[in-house]
Write a protein that binds this ligand. Structure first.
Ligand code: SER
Length: 596
């Protein structure tokens, strides 16, 4: 096997596929656009869904890239040798161009010629077949032709060898490529499906030829596509003969810094190693989230909440190993330097990364110690083995402990948490604060999560009003970023707005606010939303059931929420700035101010 650094692997992957007629495209944002069904980009194909469905891609029919991805489903597992919340996915695509034979050929050539992996170390799985799609003897034959013997070609069912973009949308059978780690087989018929550690999956070639409909049918797509994904971290680890992604060059700088700051050695003992890995992983992910072109800031909702959890968890583990949490920014700086040549946005946004990280650390560090003492105290007196929901809520509300963190701390001490009780306490509190919101807002004191909610509702009204004032039904949201202070909204329009138009937009939004329209939410299928002409149908094909928010007679939009209950809560809308964002895209920054 050829030893390579992560930089070398990225480069040789892209160069290889370029030599096979693929255009290199840049990584898309970590924050999916117009898609309320997922918080983060989780795979390279995600931003390409419209093209897999048949839309023409400007760069052609053969593409390749390295995509930033976040998956936080296994956040609790981070700390072992393999789990990561951020990773880079190397991918190549055929949009209705080549199919199985060429795709397998490219993968085989790259693995055996460029990475010099011996054929004996490669095993593959192919789809076993069912009523939706026949057994993939074709793919198996191609593998065999390249020299993979029958004993290392495994037929597996949908549970293993099928890839879905989401509950609906493009999907298809796949062939997965595994590398033999040299470990003993777990049984005489050991296969990659056993997941015993003998085989590590490094590449997944999906043959996307179906569209899964809301009623669960598999309809042939207009074109047959190939979507492949190879994990960068995992592959670097494997070709260099390492047993953990944390031992690769991607983490070397950060881990050395954490060791220096804490005075603890990586590998010293299990607990220290786990803590160092958690800090290294979480700060890397936070750096990419804040530094993204559609950067996120810590908050109590959606992406902001995931970011908050990551930072706060890193702070807790930093303290545990004696690393001053105020120095976590030093680790972020290492990542910025390391990655900015590949992801220039990290360099451009370095100030924001450092600021937001420092602010969040400060906010949390102030209450963390008292919160930890409080947990210790209540657990001493707890009846039975469960922490009650009210206390869990108090830890959240007073000490800023994300509920997942409370659960984790309790679990370490063998206690559970009454989650139903927590949810109840949370909802009761929300109702109370909603009732008081109008009052507080009058005095300019709406809390940050409420302000975000109101600004979000204002964004919907803004889009509807822009369409009306500019007389253009084709105007769409091209980006949205909301902080408690302001909204920022990007839309397609080719020239600056005139002063009259800006005034008309403000008046239109304020008119909707004055009419105090109800904001209602309904769940329905995408098909029903389409029938009702809801905005945002295109991006929502993943969700069988979507939430549709209706603002009186002004707007109907697919959206994950949350929103104000009625528009009268919003105050007065004012445009602060209207400017160009990029070619053909305008950007509006606007605020809500207490109404006089
Ligand atoms: N979409 C597939 C995956 O994420 C292949 O890129 O594994």
């Amino acid at each position: 096997m050829k030893k390579m650094t992560s930089d070398e692997l990225r480069e040789s992957y892209l160069k290889f596929f370029e030599s096979k007629g693929h255009k290199i495209i840049p990584s898309a944002s970590l924050i999916p656009e117009n898609d309320p069904s997922v918080l983060f980009t989780t795979a390279g194909m995600h931003p390409l869904v419209p093209y897999l469905l048949g839309q023409k891609h400007p760069a052609g029919r053969r593409l390749c890239d390295v995509q930033k991805c976040v998956r936080t489903g296994d956040i609790d597992e981070v700390g072992d040798a393999t789990h990561l919340t951020f990773f880079e996915m190397l991918g190549n695509w055929s949009l209705g161009d080549y199919f199985k034979e060429e795709s397998i050929g490219f993968s085989f050539e790259f693995l055996t010629k460029v990475l010099e992996i011996p054929v004996e170390k490669i095993a593959v799985t192919v789809f076993a077949g069912d009523e939706d799609c026949p057994r993939d003897t074709f793919a198996a034959d191609v593998w065999e032709k390249h020299g993979i013997p029958k004993e290392r070609i495994f037929y597996l069912p949908k549970a293993n060898n099928w890839w879905y973009a989401g509950p609906t949308g493009p999907c298809g059978s796949d062939t997965e490529i595994f590398i033999d780690t040299g470990k003993k087989p777990c049984c005489p018929n050991c296969s990659p499906a056993d997941d015993c550690g003998k085989w590590v999956e490094i590449w997944n070639n999906v043959f996307m030829e179906f569209n899964r409909t809301a009623d669960g049918k598999f309809e042939p797509l207009k074109q047959k596509n190939v979507d492949t994904g190879m994990g960068l971290e995992r592959t670097v680890c494997m070709i260099n003969g390492l047993s953990s992604a944390y031992d690769t060059d991607l983490f070397a700088g950060a881990i050395a810094k954490i060791s220096e700051l804490s005075g603890k050695k990586y590998g010293e003992d299990e607990e220290t190693t786990r803590a160092i890995r958690i800090i290294a992983d979480h700060i890397r992910t936070a750096t990419f989230m804040i530094g993204d072109e559609r950067g996120v800031v810590p908050s109590n909702v959606d992406q902001g909440y995931v970011l908050r959890r990551l930072i706060r968890r890193a702070v807790r583990f930093a303290r545990q190993i004696g690393c001053d949490p105020a120095r976590l920014v030093d680790i972020a700086k290492i990542y910025i330097e390391q990655y900015k040549k590949i992801y220039p946005e990290l360099g451009v946004n370095s100030g924001r990364i450092v600021d937001e990280l420092a602010k969040e650390e400060e906010r949390f560090s102030k209450t963390l110690e008292n919160g930890l003492k409080e947990i210790e105290k209540v657990l001493k007196y707890v009846q039975g083995d469960t922490l009650n929901g009210k206390t869990a809520f108090r830890l959240y509300d007073t000490y800023g402990f994300p509920i997942e963190m409370t659960v984790e701390i309790c679990r370490e001490k063998w206690y559970g948490v009454d989650m139903d009780g927590y949810k109840k306490a949370f909802e009761e509190h929300q109702q109370k604060s909603h009732a008081g919101a109008e009052q507080k807002f009058k005095g300019g004191l709406a809390d940050s999560s409420e302000m975000t909610t109101y600004l979000h509702t204002a964004t919907h009204i803004l889009l509807a009003t822009l369409k009306k004032v500019l007389g253009r039904e084709d105007i769409q949201q091209k980006g949205s970023n909301i902080t408690p202070e302001r909204l920022r909204f990007d839309f397609n329009f080719e020239r600056p707005l005139t002063d009259e138009e800006k005034k008309a937009v403000e008046d239109g939004v304020n008119d909707a606010i004055k009419r105090d329209l109800p904001v209602t939410c309904e769940e329905m299928t995408v098909e029903e939303a389409r029938r009702q002409n809801a905005v945002g149908v295109f991006g929502s094909r993943y969700g069988e059931i979507v939430k549709v928010y209706t603002i009186g007679d002004v707007d109907k939009e697919i959206c994950g929420g949350p929103h104000a209950e009625h528009t009268g809560q919003l105050g007065k809308f004012r445009i602060v700035k209207e400017q160009s964002s990029s070619a053909g895209i305008r950007r509006i920054k606007a605020v809500l101010e207490p109404s006089a």
